[in-house]
Every structure is written in structure tokens, then in C-alpha cells.
Design a binder for this molecule. Structure first.
Ligand code: BG6
Length: 512
């Protein structure tokens, strides 16, 4: 989000440095930033973890990740060698003071070598149980004080429910200044997600009609083809609502529904987003079944390959009641959105990977055309394709060429791939750079996290206490349980299952 400037000299300490996140996301992102000359000239990356690894072995492991997941496909040996020269590894027990003392010494050494203050970025890429000991040790060793320009990055899951999130926030407030805490939601770093704000607030065209008077409803779909992969252990305790809705989907909703900020500063933007979260109607226990649907995938077929059901995945209970699909109908109770439904759905092992926001406009107030002209007529729809296709599509009506007046739906398309030559940066590149620059606009503030948990808490309480008798209730490779279709069909709509092109199957939805 920041203007073009390189960060000050920085040392990035990755707790969980030998883990999956560092391998797949963090180091590839840092290397890509390095190749594009976004890292400061003086920087160091220290991976710390419990494993015993030599520096050479660590470099080999990271190099492999960079080749697989980096944005710059061709990595020259020279560039990697130069970058790796800044990367070291330390075996460390996160709970013991000794390692932190060494880290303090190391940071002081950097300061002396670089002849300047060093900004310390502490990335907690660790399971939740390690957050408290690390935070306490960082505090005890005065490693992360604002005077030291320290930044602490916390990954999700950020708590398990409202109460645990508050507890975690209290712990962090006790150890660090709120301005130093960067709670990551990687969706906020996605190029297309950032573009929602540009699209809404840098164009005069849409904002005047962006409200209940012109918009009938909003749909947010984040579907995945993949199953739980190797994360069964984590997912069993999470489920789709905690894993995706509480964070990513609610953040997308905030971007669609927020008021224009006065300025693009971290607090102004986050104030407007938290207003949305506060305005979302909370359900009572007895309303949950009416507004929320859960599902779990059984065995099925994806791209011609047979895939397991959720209950057969490793580290998953054979009678698991964890949902791998969630759909919600929400209302934002304020002047702009009163009575406009926001339908959210997300799930694993669905028909295709698709993140899409559909804004369905209301029909014209008066239809003057003859009946035969409007057989195919549809109200306007705006589709924001977040991934894998990236772009914006506006559907509107045109006259079909010919002697008769017949209306047809046509598209106006903006596609990132057609418009821009280069791949946009990965979200972790954007977010890591923002942390180094101290810009928290795209990060979650304490009140946002807590307000988001408050929205899903009533649903969690009902779902956690009852195992649905019909699980698994959707076949892998389809669009989720039938109940999710019914949730939206009751209001006369159907889910939008395509972005910039036709869906893989003929879309039988009325709205499409
Ligand atoms: C993560 C979830 O936050 O987001 C995963 O924990 C999910 O379960 C992932 O697969 C999806 O991210 P993306 O960027 O691939 O849409």
C-alpha cells in the first residue's frame, strides 16, 4: 500500500524458520522482493527453529522452495548465492531464554556492522501454543520495543473463538505496543483484493449506486478444489467457518461494504472496515439453521481423479463432524445496506478453485420493452474475479443485431492478464514489504479480529455442539451441499459459479 520507497535496514527473524510457511511462502516472497530491489541494502534473515540444521542444509531446503514457489521463474545461481549470503539459521528452543540472548547479541552486531538502528521483524510462523512463550521471551529480552522499531507478525488462526481471541490480544498487548503488531490475513495482500478499494473509491461511476437502492444482493464465493491435504490435524479443530469465513470472507465483505475512508491511512481504512463488522447482524441460536449451512465432502472425482472423502484424510476422525463447507446469509444493518443480503460460501473439494464477488443490481424500475424482447433480459451484474482469473466483468443489456428488438446480455471485461504484462506480486510480498515499512493498512487490528469473531461465534456455538447426522453430505468435485443451493434459492437467486468465462459445466442458475 505504501509509496515507492525501500525499507530501512532490517533483520527478519522467522520463528518456525524450517516450517512449511517459510518454505512455501515467506522465503520465496522475500527472494522475489530482493530480485525486484525492494529489500534494503542492509538486511538479514534468521530462520529459528527446533530442528538441527546446518546453514548449508537450510539454504538447500529454501532454494528448493524458491524454485517451486517463487514468482520469478528463472533463478540464477548468482542471485540465489547473493541472497542466501543474508540468510542464516539458528537451532532454538522457543521456550528458553538462552536463544533470545543470542538473538539480542546478533541484532546488536548487525547494528554495529551496519552503523545504524536495525528494524527487527519477528515473524511467528509457529503453531498457536508457541505464541505465548515467544511473546513473553521477546518482552523479557526487550527485543521488541517500539524504540527498537520492532514489528511482530502473527499468523492465523488468531484464537479459536471470541473469548480466546480476546485472551490472545490481551497477551500481545501486555508484551507489545499495538502499533508493532501485524496480524496477517493473506487475502488482504492479494492484488485483486486491494483493487476493490481502488475500483470503488477511485471511480465516480459506481459509488453513487453502491447501496441498497440499486443493489439487490452480494455474493462472495471462495471455493477450493483441494482438500485438507496434510493439514487434517489442524483442520479438525478449525473447520471452514474458523479457517476461512471469520477472516478471509469477512474481510472481503468489509471491502465491499465499507464507507469511503477519508484518507488511505491504516487507521482510517481500518476504522471504516470495523464499522462494517460492528453492523453485521448477529444471529440468535435458534436462527442459525435458517441463515447458515455447513457441509462435509465425501469421496468423489476432481479433474478425472478419484479423491478421498474428508473422513478418510489423515489425522481426521472417522466420524468427524468438522465442516469443510460453510455458507451464510448475512445482513449489514446500516443506512447503506439495510435488508441487502450478503451470501457467503466457501468450501474444500468443490468443483473448481474460484474466488469471486458478485454484485447483483436491481432490475430497472420499469420495463418498457415488449415481452418477446426481454426473454433473455437480466439485471446488471458486476463480477470481481479475485482468483485464479483476475479481473472485473460488468454484465449489461444490449440490443441483439437484427430487425427485431431483442435484448441480450453482454460483457465489459477487464482482465489483468490482458492488460498487464507482468505477474502481480504475491500477497506475502506485499505484506512483508508493508511490515518492513511499518504500514499496517492491510493488517488486522485488535478490534477487527474481535468483531469478526463476534459475527461467527453464535454459529460456532451451535455447530460445535451438534454433529450433523447426514455428514458427509456433498460429493467431492461438486458445488457443496444441496442446502446451500436452497439457502439462496429461497430468495429467488442462485450462486454465481463463474468469473471471467463460462464455468466448466453449463450454469443452470437463474441469475447466470
Ligand atoms: C488459508 C487456509 O488461510 O487460506 C487454507 O488456512 C486455505 O485452508 C487457504 O486453503 C486459501 O488461500 P488461497 O490464497 O490459496 O486462496
Amino acid at each position: 500500500m505504501q509509496s515507492a520507497r525501500r525499507p530501512d535496514p532490517t533483520a527478519i527473524i522467522i520463528f518456525g524458520g524450517s516450517g512449511d510457511l517459510a518454505w512455501r511462502k515467506l522465503i520465496p516472497a522475500l527472494f522475489d522482493l530482493y530480485l525486484d530491489a525492494w529489500l534494503p541494502e542492509q538486511f538479514a534473515i534468521i530462520g529459528v527453529d527446533i530442528k538441527d540444521l546446518s546453514r548449508t542444509k537450510y539454504h538447500e531446503h529454501l532454494h528448493d522452495g524458491v524454485k517451486k514457489f517463487g514468482r520469478h521463474r528463472k533463478v540464477t545461481a548468482k542471485a540465489w548465492k547473493e541472497f542466501a549470503g543474508h540468510v542464516s539459521y539458528r537451532k532454538m528452543d522457543f521456550t528458553e531464554g538462552g536463544g533470545y540472548k543470542d538473538l539480542t547479541g546478533q541484532l546488536t552486531k548487525f547494528g554495529e556492522e551496519w552503523k545504524t538502528d536495525v528494524c527487527g521483524v519477528f515473524y511467528m510462523a509457529v503453531p498457536p501454543r508457541f505464541i505465548e512463550p515467544i511473546a513473553r521471551q521477546l518482552k523479557a529480552h526487550k527485543l521488541a520495543t517500539p524504540e527498537k522499531h520492532a514489528r511482530i507478525i502473527i499468523e492465523k488462526p488468531f484464537g479459536h473463538d471470541f473469548a480466546s481471541a480476546c485472551k490472545l490480544n490481551n497477551l500481545l498487548s501486555d508484551c507489545f505496543d499495538e502499533r508493532s503488531i501485524f496480524r496477517i490475513d493473506h487475502y488482504l495482500g492479494k492484488e485483486t483484493v486491494q483493487n476493490i478499494m481502488a475500483f470503488r473509491f477511485a471511480n465516480a461511476l459506481f459509488e453513487p449506486i453502491w447501496n441498497r437502492r440499486y443493489i439487490d444482493h452480494v455474493q462472495i464465493t471462495v471455493s477450493e478444489e483441494v482438500g485438507v491435504e496434510h493439514r487434517g490435524g489442524y483442520y479438525e479443530g478449525a473447520g471452514a467457518l474458523r479457517d476461512m469465513v471469520q477472516n478471509h470472507l469477512l474481510q472481503l465483505l468489509c471491502l465491499v461494504a465499507m464507507e469511503p475512508p477519508v484518507r488511505f491511512t491504516a487507521d482510517e481504512v481500518r476504522n471504516r472496515k470495523v464499522d462494517v463488522l460492528h453492523a453485521i447482524r448477529h444471529y440468535r441460536r435458534d436462527q442459525v439453521h435458517e441463515y447458515a449451512v455447513r457441509g462435509q465432502y465425501g469421496p468423489g472425482w476432481i479433474e478425472g481423479k478419484k479423491v478421498k472423502g474428508y473422513r478418510e484424510e489423515s489425522e481426521v476422525a472417522r466420524d468427524s463432524g468438522t465442516e469443510t463447507f460453510a455458507a451464510l446469509k448475512l445482513f449489514v444493518d446500516n443506512w447503506r445496506w439495510q435488508d441487502v443480503p450478503f451470501y457467503l460460501r466457501t468450501g474444500k473439494r468443490l468443483q473448481e478453485k474460484l474466488s469471486v464477488i458478485a454484485i447483483q443490481f436491481r432490475p430497472v424500475p420499469h420495463q418498457a420493452f415488449p415481452v418477446e424482447a426481454v426473454e433473455d433480459w437480466q439485471p446488471n451484474k458486476l463480477i470481481i474475479a479475485v482468483q485464479p482469473q483476475k479481473g472485473i466483468r460488468l454484465q449489461f443489456q444490449v440490443k441483439r443485431p437484427g430487425l427485431k428488438m431483442i435484448l441480450n446480455t453482454a460483457d465489459m471485461l477487464f482482465s489483468y492478464t490482458d492488460a498487464y504484462e507482468h505477474e502481480p506480486p504475491e500477497s506475502y510480498e506485499t505484506l512483508l514489504l508493508d511490515v518492513m515499512l511499518g504500514d499496517a493498512t492491510l493488517f488486522m487490528r485488535r478490534d477487527q479480529i474481535e468483531a469478526a469473531w463476534k459475527v461467527v461465534d453464535p454459529v460456532l456455538r451451535v455447530w460445535d455442539n451438534t454433529t450433523p447426522p447426514d455428514f458427509p453430505d456433498y460429493v467431492a468435485g461438486r458445488w457443496g451441499p444441496e442446502e446451500a443451493e436452497a439457502l439462496i434459492a429461497r430468495d429467488g437467486h442462485s450462486w454465481v459459479s463463474m468469473a471471467m468465462r463460462e464455468s466448466k459445466v453449463a450454469n443452470d442458475g437463474k441469475d447466470d
